[in-house]
Design a protein. Structure first.
Length: 403
């Protein structure tokens, strides 16, 4: 049975390198390193991972891992290396243990006679339907290197799009969480100290101070119920979003939001056009492309709109008309798609639309950040500042009376 060996050494240029090799014996490892002109300094058996059979403790395969894999695979296939050798090399160099095991199983499946696409299909959490279908098209057309290059470029652009949206959402969420924590600390720990001090004054307190003290008492007396209520609301939202009807309702609500909705639409258009362009250019049929794009849209309303487009095309209609009727996609996009259909250059036109909307998403994210920043500052100032001023009002009144 093959054993995994860890090695360290120097390459022909004198640089320190290290890696792992799966081999029958130590001698096989030495021969392998010698063929690669690596002077080994240390070779040892890889220690067993005590948690390797506990799935939830294993590291997940990140999108970045798949992007790098696609890029490197494309380069090696283009250089003329056999498919199995490419998988073997990438498996030996892979640092993520979960991905390494996946690649080992993929290699075994290909060795047993399966196609590369069928082997990838066994790992839907790593290689999605889009990836598998494009690889299948690449194998059938003998252009696997070109397809993998397109896939890596596509995934890099989609990853950039995700980062932009996450970046826009992270700032307000963190600010709100910090504000809630600060307000909770003031209400539960700070205001009771002031309340005890004011009880010895024997004078009437200003209305804002009385309101804040009452709010503090309510928070302290009902803190368990408040925390329970927040958790219950979070659970209810999650449960609602998990159901089909709830998901449709919430996705529709997100699209109708004033600023966020516009951003979601632009991201959806960029993703739809980029994915469709990449798949059509790779030789995947339009109906199959639309089916996959609909499933990976991330929004039920947009998914239904794309499914309507697919139905329309299967009935002999053009692609642009059902898109326009959906009300989800802007008329400019539909007009450009109509031109692409009439000129027979739909994939090129889709790519141009995707490039345009990538820039639009950039600008929308910047505008959203610029708008949220002052709003958050005002919110923090009013809430936290209001609490502090309310508790200092009696002290100001006393100072005025003394003078």
């Amino acid at each position: 049975m093959p054993t995994i060996y860890q090695w360290k050494g120097k390459n022909p240029k004198g640089r320190k390198v290290k890696g792992e090799i799966e081999a029958e014996t130590l001698e096989h490892v030495k021969q392998n390193l010698k063929r690669r002109k690596i002077t080994q300094s240390k070779i040892k058996k890889k220690p067993k991972d005590l948690f390797e059979n506990i799935k939830f403790l294993q590291p997940k395969v990140k999108e970045r891992d798949v992007i790098i894999f696609s890029r490197q695979f494309s380069t090696m296939i283009d250089a003329g290396l056999p498919l199995l050798q490419c998988i073997d090399i990438l498996q030996s160099q892979q640092e993520n243990p979960t991905f390494k095991k996946n690649l080992k199983k993929i290699k075994e499946s290909v060795e047993s006679g399966e196609t590369f696409a069928d082997a990838l299909k066994r790992f839907p959490n790593v290689f999605n339907e889009l990836f598998v279908n494009m690889v299948a098209a690449g194998e059938a057309g003998g252009i696997l290197d070109v397809i993998l290059k397109r896939l890596s470029s596509y995934m890099e652009k989609m990853a950039k799009l995700k980062r932009q949206v996450k970046g826009a959402m992270t700032y307000p969420i963190i600010t709100i969480i910090i504000a809630v924590i600060v307000v909770a600390i003031i209400l539960v720990f700070v205001i009771p100290v002031f309340a005890e001090m004011f009880s010895d004054f024997g004078a009437s307190l200003p209305a804002p101070t009385l309101f804040v003290m009452a709010l503090s008492n309510f928070a302290i007396d009902n803190i368990i119920y408040i925390i329970g209520g927040i958790l219950a609301i979070a659970f209810l939202i999650k449960r609602t979003y998990a159901s089909n009807k709830g998901r449709i309702l919430m996705d529709d609500l997100f699209l109708r939001l004033p600023v966020i909705g516009i951003l979601i639409r632009k991201v959806a258009v960029a993703k739809f056009t980029r994915t469709t362009s990449t798949m059509i250019a790779s030789g995947v049929s339009l109906l199959e492309t639309l089916d996959i794009v609909a499933k990976t849209s991330g929004n039920k309303i947009i998914e239904f709109a794309i499914q309507d487009v697919k139905t329309g095309i299967s009935e002999g209609r053009s692609m642009s008309d059902p898109l326009l009727e959906s009300g989800v996609f802007p008329s400019m996009v539909c007009s450009m798609i109509a031109v692409g259909e009439s000129t027979g250059a739909l994939d090129t036109m889709m790519e141009k639309i995707a490039d345009f909307y990538d820039d639009e998403v950039d600008q929308s994210v910047k505008n959203l950040t610029d708008m949220i920043e002052p709003f958050m500052l005002v919110f923090l100032g009013v809430v936290v500042g209001g609490l502090v001023i309310s508790m200092y009002l009696p002290i100001f009144s006393m100072a005025g009376a003394i003078q």
